[in-house]
Each structure stands twice: as C-alpha cells, then as structure tokens.
Design a protein around this ligand. Structure first.
Ligand code: DCP
Ligand code: MG
Length: 461
C-alpha cells in the first residue's frame, strides 16, 4: 500500500521517445513529505487510437519507494480490466456558474437561454431546481416560462463559461496526460496506471471532484468504468454531484435493465426498430446472438449494438493536443493611450504569437485583436485573410489595421493578439504560395540558437 494519493504538483508532461511516448506526472504524497515522479510508457501515437501500451516503470524521489509497474501497481485498477476510464461532466453547467456569480439566485430556479419576452428561442440549460418543474435543455423558452413562471431567466455569458471551462481542464490535465474534451463542460480521462495514487476508485473520483470544486466552487459528476461508454453512463446516472464506480463485476447489474436508448448511438429511430423486434432493454439484446442482430440492423450497427450491450467499447481516449488558437495578451501596469508605446506592445505580442505559430508548424487564417478599457469594457475585432499566414510582418500589418479600426479614444488597460483557424497546409492557389518571409526565418533561427528572443524588429522597441 502506498500512501501516495495527492495533489498533482504540475500537470502531466508528455514527451515523444522513439516508438512511443512517455508521460510524467509529479505529485505530492498525502503526507506532504515526498514527491513522486510517475512515468507511463506508451507504444505508438496516442492519436493512432492505440493510446494504451504496457506501463513502463515508475520512479520516486523522496521517502516513498515505488515498485515497477509490472509488479502490479495498478492494484484495484485491475478490477476494471485493461483500462480505467473516467468521465467528468459538470452539473447544470451554465446555470451553476450563474448561481456562483449571483449568490442571491441560490435556492431559486434558474433558466439560461433565450428570454421569455422574446417569444422565441430555447433553453440552453437550467439548474436542478428548475428541472423539477419539467424544464430541460432545448425546450422552447415560452414553454419553460409556462412550466416555471417564477424562474430567473438569463441570457448565456459564453466568455465567462469558457473562462471557467479552461480552469476545469487545467485541473483535469493535472490528473492524467490523456484528457479528451467532449464539450465545454465534459471530458474523458484515461486513468490507467494512475490507480496507485489512490486507495480506491472512489477516492480517485473524489480527488478529481474536490480539485474541480476547489478551483471553481462548482460541482461535477464523475463516472469510473472499464471504457468510455460505461464511464459516461455512470457519470450521468447519479447527477448532480454524483460519483458512480462500475467495476467489471458491477457492469451487468447496471447495464442489463437499461432501455436500449442508453446504448451510445441508438437514437429514437434505431430504438423504434429494436422495439418492434421485441428488444426493449439491454438484457433483451443480450439474449440475442450477434448474427441475429446484424441480420436485423445490418453488419456495422448490429455489431456495434451487440458489443455495447455486452459492455464492450474499445475507443481510446484521444487527447486534444491541437491548439485551436494561439494568443497572447498583456495587462499594462498603467493604462496606455494609442501611440508609439502601444504599437510597440502590439509588435511584441505579434512577435510572440508568430513565433509560437511557426513552432507549431501552422498557418493562421484569422487575426484577432482584443482591447480592454480601464473600466473593464472589453472588445475584440477579427479579420479573416484570403491566404493563411505565419509571417510576422503580415500579422503585424493586419493587427495594426484592426487596432486602428477601434479608433481608441481612451487609454487601454489590456491589449491582446490572437490567431485562429489554424491549418497545417496552405492550398496552392491562383495567387501562389503564401509569402515565406526570409527575414522572419533568419530571426527565428538566430533566436532559437541563442535560446531567447534576442533579435527583435525595430517596431518592438
Ligand atoms: N447546452 C446548450 N444547449 C443544449 C445543451 C447544452 O446550450 N441543448 C449548454 C448548456 C449546458 C452546457 O452546454 O450547461 C453543458 O451541457 P450538458 O449537456 O452537460 O448539460 P448541463 O451541464 O447543463 O447539465 P447536466 O447536469 O445534465 O450535465
Ligand atoms: Mg454537464
């Protein structure tokens, strides 16, 4: 038994090595006295759908000694079979954030989405108090207003939800290097090999829930199971603030009574077809052979349903390593009006973003400039280019034109530059390849060699 549950000291790091990759997590032990460096070795690329290989070895520093993985460090993890998969889903996410930001809403029904007076639009989500009145996501707002007229109706504040979502994902990446985001409030984690940090699956789930709560003051529901399909079913089954553990030995008891609609990919139409063949529950499907099912539903759907009904799902957890945007912003110590000093800041931001873009081997189609006034009023302006670029001069020209377009009349508290719509290749077009700026290449090469951005453009000074 290792006294090794604990808070991650830094997010897991991943490094490619030869035929596979190694992940490293650094954690503080529960007693706080030792740090554990924990390695997992995988064979093949995670994105190739073979995320899992044989565990490699663990190494420890400090007072805790660790045995190699192959001596059975997965411990209770083996009750889940080859893999331990976790699904995390925030409860009534938008509504919970609204109650967090407006404590006076606590204990009241809160519905986020369109406003009833607009007469159209739908509910994005509502808190669990409003759900008792029958309100749910995607319901017309006028119907929600009839069911729960005394509710607090709010428009969504996406920027705020995204900010909190980023914090949640930061917490999650401290628990596993393999985090696959499914939506703004939901993710799969492959926890295989991390089991020995916890005395039980329950303790592992509780650690993730507590870390999310500590970082955001919001509750999440968690499911832990042998695969993605079961983990998601588990986390959905005891919302809100749930924690459901499905070991291999629990799966049948849990799965068999469920209606066929619970099977991933079975929509209303498929469910109808299954029902007309007398298949109402997962147990009904279990009673049939795979041949009977493929005859009924076709080869691919039939096999899929049969496998799920047997609790089988071998989809890998695929981390989302592809950045969707690259950006940098800076808050000034004293507010800066438009002029040479502000433009020099813009040039520095562009240089930093451009460098990261080139390092990522990407071209960007969209450039965005963000500004914030001292009273926190915040605006962005974007431009999408006809040819993607990763050249600093082009990026600076576009960013500068965007900044002009704000017609700043007041000093700024914050300035930011973002690029998005990133792509790896540029389609050869009538207008030729995007200009690769020779100067940018040389500057990058020198800076790379010196390890710092020593060489800069005059406009940054
Ligand atoms: N959402 C939306 N429209 C929908 C469904 C969801 O705008 N039809 C938004 C609002 C939700 C968020 O996405 O807060 C997350 O979706 P979930 O399906 O996870 O729903 P909740 O988190 O709101 O509730 P639950 O506790 O059921 O997860
Ligand atoms: Mg949710």
């Amino acid at each position: 038994m290792y006294n090794t549950n604990g808070r991650p000291l830094r997010p897991a790091r991943t490094a490619w090595e030869g035929k596979g990759f190694v992940t490293e997590t650094l954690r503080q032990t529960r007693t706080g006295r030792a740090q554990i460096r924990f390695f997992r070795v995988y064979h093949g690329a995670p994105s190739a759908g073979r995320g899992l290989g044989e565990p490699g070895h663990c190494a420890a520093t400090g007072r805790v000694t660790m045995e190699p993985m192959d001596k059975g460090l997965r411990g209770w993890g083996r009750e889940f079979g080859d893999r331990t998969i976790m699904h995390v889903d925030m409860d009534a996410f938008f509504a919970q954030v609204e109650v967090l930001d407006h404590p006076e809403y606590a204990g009241k029904p809160v519905i986020v989405g369109a406003l009833p007076e607009s007469g159209r639009g739908v509910v994005s989500t509502c808190n669990y108090i409003a759900r008792r009145f029958g309100v749910h996501s995607a319901m017309p707002i006028t119907r929600a207003a009839k069911l729960c007229p005394h509710a607090i109706f709010l428009r969504p504040r996406m920027a705020r939800y995204e900010e909190i979502s980023a914090r949640i994902f930061e917490v999650l990446t401290g628990f596993s290097p393999l985090v696959e985001p499914l939506s703004i409030d939901e993710a799969f984690l492959d926890m295989t090999g991390c089991e020995h940090f916890y005395r039980s699956a329950r303790e592992m789930g509780q650690a993730v829930k507590s870390a999310i709560y500590e970082a955001t003051h919001l509750t999440a529901s968690v499911g832990i199971a042998p695969n993605k399909f079961l983990a998601k079913l588990a986390s959905d089954s005891e919302k809100p603030d749930g924690l459901v553990i499905l070991k291999i030995s629990d799966v049948d008891r849990f799965l068999l009574p469920l209606p066929v609609r619970a099977l991933w990919g079975v929509g209303p139409k498929t469910a109808e077809r299954l029902q007309s063949a007398g298949l109402r529950t997962v147990a009904d499907i279990r009673a049939r052979s795979v041949a009977e099912l493929t005859q009924l539903m076709g080869d691919s759907l039939g096999t899929h349903i049969w496998l799920l009904a047997h609790g089988q799902d071998d989809r890998a957890v695929v981390p989302d390593t592809e950045a969707k945007s690259i950006g940098r912003e800076t808050t000034f110590e004293t507010d800066i009006p438009d002029g040479p000093a502000l433009r020099a800041h813009l040039a520095r931001l562009v240089a930093s973003v451009g460098l990261r873009l080139r390092k990522a081997g990407r071209y960007a189609r969209t450039v965005t400039v963000k500004i914030r006034y001292p009273d926190f009023e915040t605006h962005t302006k974007s431009k999408t280019l006809s040819t993607p670029t990763r050249d600093d001069d082009t990026l600076y020209r576009e960013a500068s034109a965007l900044l002009d377009a704000f017609r700043l009349r007041r000093p700024l508290r914050l300035l930011g530059v973002y690029v998005s719509h990133l792509q790896q290749y540029v389609q050869p077009s009538l207008f030729g390849q995007p200009e690769e700026n020779r100067l940018t290449e040389v500057v990058d090469a020198i800076n790379e060699k010196l390890g710092r951005r020593v060489v800069r453009r005059g406009r940054e000074l």
